[in-house]
Design a protein around this ligand. Sequence first.
Ligand code: ADP
Ligand code: MG
Length: 272
Amino acid sequence: MIKRSQTEVIGIASGKGGVGKTTVAVNLAIALRLMGYRVMLFDADLGLANAQIVLGCQCPYNLSHFLSGKKKLEEIIVTSRQGLLLVPGASGLQEMASLSRVQTARIVQAFSAMEQDLDFLIVDMAAGIAPSVLTFMAACQRRFIVARDDPSSIADAYGTIKVLSEEYHLDELYLVPNAVKSQLEGQRLFKRINKVCAQFLNRSIQYVGSIENDELILAAHKKFEPVMEYAPGSGGARDFRRLAEASSQLPPIAQPSGGLEFFVERLLRVRT
Ligand SMILES: Nc1ncnc2c1ncn2[C@@H]1O[C@H](COP(=O)(O)OP(=O)(O)O)[C@@H](O)[C@H]1O
Ligand SMILES: [Mg+2]
């Protein structure tokens, strides 16, 4: 079992819905798990939680039970058959937009009370850029922005990067081109978006790898299975293994941000 000295927290956002956030979050989490890491997946959606559906996982309780005070965070967590610890999101409860600052902070802080040793926490965000989504993104150490090569997805990815960097002053922004024709096309998409960021935001973003368009990802989705499990030999699964490899090689961030942050105590513990 590989162990990291601290928990790496990666938030997955896109702005627009339907771009592939959940697909990337779930399959990246499984690929990291297959590398031997201890991985938790947090479905940070209160409106249309679907990580559990993509994982094919039954969850008796979810975030709504935590928010209403009926359950502790530990009590809603389930272990998926792929060996992931899943914090299930809620469906039809409320819009992320209506999640208050206090509720958001309560959720982030509840993670700190957990005993589990974890190597990675992957946070699958709700669509949009509601304040609660941005607060969750700010509470992560790294941010992966999923984008497809289409004008509205590119505009939304750029909009998300703009608000994260200009209003929240966040760095550690990485682009994950999804459903692209090839790795080369993904790199081209990254370069295009990065150029616009350099020109208009005076900042650059980073690249961690692309996921190709693969009909087996969609076929897996229809069977309520992640592609890593449904078709491990597929191009999609290969890309997720590469993404996990690249993600695991990023240098650890030992410096607390100073704001609301997942597992901030663990960061401080490492430093002392
Ligand atoms: N690389 C890909 N190739 C083919 N289909 C994909 C790919 N990534 C995602 N999809 C499909 O696109 C749809 C939306 O993906 P999803 O992960 O639910 O998006 P989001 O979480 O951003 O709303 C799903 O049906 C999923 O199977
Ligand atoms: Mg989703």
